[in-house]
Design a protein around this ligand. Structure first.
Ligand code: FAD
Ligand code: NAP
Length: 530
């Protein structure tokens, strides 16, 4: 058994930054990563069309001014290969690789009550004892293909967007099917449509999507950011709900007259991106306001898609705009005007089973050479529960979370001492710009560990009552928004039998950060230190 001060699981942005920070505390650390390189999501999601939906100048680390000044993003919204290069650059520049063991999964982690340390085993039979244990396993890293009947008999090629092969896939001349029209599906569908002989998109739920209007990076815009990075990063920290600076309106949609409102939506539709969601301040809290934006987007879809039957199928009607993660696209709706693309509504035309040659629905059989699953993730908890984690008294994390995940401030779980959950359940995580959320969590955790060491404590853990109160607050805040009105992965609705709990904290990054800081300043109120 090898002794370490801290084990970190994952070498995405969270793992990389955790290594950087904990190393500064002089800790002996090791990170384990399933993949053979750094990058996390951007290592695994090599599907054509994968790109960031937060502007490049903001989706990046803020901890090193030299890094943010020297790195040059080429496009307004960065494509996957460039984000992967950035992660590799960060790992090289800050010499983080020497702490990472690649091609290695963490299989189990058991809290040893006699040593107050974590006993950790890895896929290469490694055994480690560590005082601190950091989960940097990602909110969207446990890729999921639904349990389709007959899938194992299907002879065509299959792909999941979140486990895309390293070698480029050529769909030329092939009949391709895509299941899933979330953000990943919406990005990959236009690209496959350009290559494939035929493309069938099997849609269960239509999604709202806003055009990205991606473009090469504008030199003046880049300069403006670089000249003002410290103050802009500070504004992102203190003035935003998500850690990303958008042009936020101070007006309510329902206060405006219809003409002015339309003009605002049109202006934002034309400039593109998530900024559309900030057209009015009440879009996520007032259903009447939200409906005005929904109507606008549905009208755009109907004006882009020539076949009105198809347009009607593509226009979402069953959830408020933004209550499922808003999608950002390039030519998504236009793709359905191509003669080789067919939309199949699988709410009416039910998927029954895979056959050796394709997909059987209640209305027809579709012969397919390749099948792409853009079917998403066991989000926010999947990558935790894939590991056999046991805390005090041998209690498993699976059992602790059987009625839904709870973590005090999304940072620690009662009865799991010294286990830190970076962007864990109950933190803004996936509702925020994720590199921002990761930065805030890792900074808090490393300060917490430094304070433990200074005050000669061995362990810290969440108190159950503080955890309960926080979980109640997270739930109450979610119910003040429209998020809870959709069957989304935010609620675990995409996974059969997963408890229906709204997992991320919807109260905004500013009150969240203030709460975390207050807790630390008050001698880690709600935590027990021994
Ligand atoms: P990840 O990047 O998921 O890294 C976790 C790592 O842990 C993975 O490499 C995984 O292999 C490893 N791991 C997991 N379990 C184990 C184990 N048991 N043993 C060893 N290793 C393990 N967020 C945004 O803010 N803006 C965006 O535009 C955006 N776009 C996205 C696009 C896609 C396609 C996806 C899937 C997500 C996107 N996200 C976006 C969210 C994204 O999850 C975060 O931005 C960020 O990359 C998460 O970093 P992370 O390090 O926390 O997790
Ligand atoms: P997702 O949003 O969960 O979408 C999965 C899709 O698969 C949905 O359309 C879903 O339909 C469909 N589906 C699942 N099971 C099905 C079944 N049994 N039959 C038919 N359809 C089924 O997953 P994702 O698109 O991979 O995105 C996940 C998250 O990753 C995003 O929300 C976002 O946060 C992030 N992401 C971001 C970007 C970006 O733009 N930067 C790109 C990709 C991903 P239902 O809706 O009916 O369940």
């Amino acid at each position: 058994m090898k002794n370490l001060d801290a084990v970190i699981i994952g070498a995405g942005f969270a793992g990389l930054y955790a290594i950087y920070q904990l190393r500064q505390l002089g800790l002996q650390i090791r990170a384990f990563e399933k993949g053979d390189d750094v990058g996390g999501v951007w290592y695994w999601n090599r599907y054509p069309g994968a790109r960031c939906d937060v502007e490049s100048m903001q989706y990046s680390f803020a901890f090193s001014n030299e890094l943010q000044q020297s790195w040059r993003w080429k496009e307004r919204f960065t494509p996957q290969p460039e984000i992967l290069s950035y992660a590799q650059h960060v790992a090289n520049r800050f010499k983080l690789r020497e702490h990472i063991q690649f091609n290695t999964s963490v299989i189990s982690a058991h809290f040893n009550e006699s040593t107050s340390r974590w006993d950790i085993t890895t896929s290469d039979q490694g055994q480690y004892s560590a005082q601190f244990f950091l989960m940097a396993t990602g909110c969207l890293s446990s890729a999921r293909i639904p349990d389709f009947e007959g899938l194992n008999t299907y002879k065509g090629k299959t792909f999941h967007t979140g486990q895309w092969p390293k070698m480029p896939v050529d769909f030329s001349g092939q009949c391709v099917g895509v299941i899933g029209t979330g953000s990943s599906g919406i990005q990959i569908i236009p690209i496959i449509a350009e290559q494939a002989q035929t493309l069938h998109v099997f849609q269960r739920t239509a999604n709202f999507s806003i055009p990205a209007r991606n473009q090469p990076m504008d030199d003046d815009y880049e300069r403006q950011w670089k000249d003002n990075y410290p103050s802009l990063r500070e504004r992102a920290k203190t003035e935003t709900t998500s850690g990303t600076l958008y042009t936020r309106s101070t007006r309510k949609a329902t206060e405006m007259d219809a003409v002015e409102r339309q003009q605002e939506y049109k202006r934002r539709w034309q400039t593109g991106g998530v900024n559309f969601m900030y057209s009015f301040k009440d879009l996520m809290t007032d259903i009447k306001s939200n409906e005005t934006a929904e109507d606008f987007v549905r009208a755009q879809i109907r004006s882009i898609v020539k076949n009105q039957e198809v347009a009607n199928l593509l226009a979402p009607t069953d959830h408020p705009l933004g209550s499922k993660r808003i999608c950002i696209d390039t030519n998504y709706f236009q793709t359905y005007n191509k003669s080789n693309v067919t939309l199949v509504d699988v709410k009416l035309n039910l998927i029954q089973s895979f056959t050796s040659t394709g997909l059987q629905t209640s209305h027809a059989h579709y012969k397919l050479d390749a099948m792409v699953f853009a079917t998403g993730y066991d989000a926010m908890t999947g990558s935790f529960l894939d590991i056999d984690i046991r805390g005090r008294h041998g209690n498993t994390l699976k059992n602790a979370w059987k009625e839904g995940p709870k973590a005090y401030l999304g940072l620690m779980v009662a009865d799991f001492p010294n286990l830190f959950t970076i962007t864990g359940p109950g933190s803004p995580s996936i509702l925020a710009q994720m590199i921002f959320a990761i930065g805030q969590h890792v900074d808090w955790i490393s300060q917490c560990i430094a304070d433990l060491q200074k005050n000669k404590f061995t362990t810290i853990e969440a108190k159950s009552d503080a955890q309960e109160q926080w979980a109640t607050h997270v739930n109450e805040v979610a119910h003040q928004t429209l998020f809870v009105q959709a069957n989304s992965w935010y609620l675990g609705a995409n996974i059969p039998n997963k408890p229906r709990v709204f997992v991320p904290y919807a109260g905004g990054v500013v009150p969240y950060r203030q709460k975390c800081e207050k807790v630390a300043a008050n001698d880690y109120e709600g935590f027990k230190r021994i």
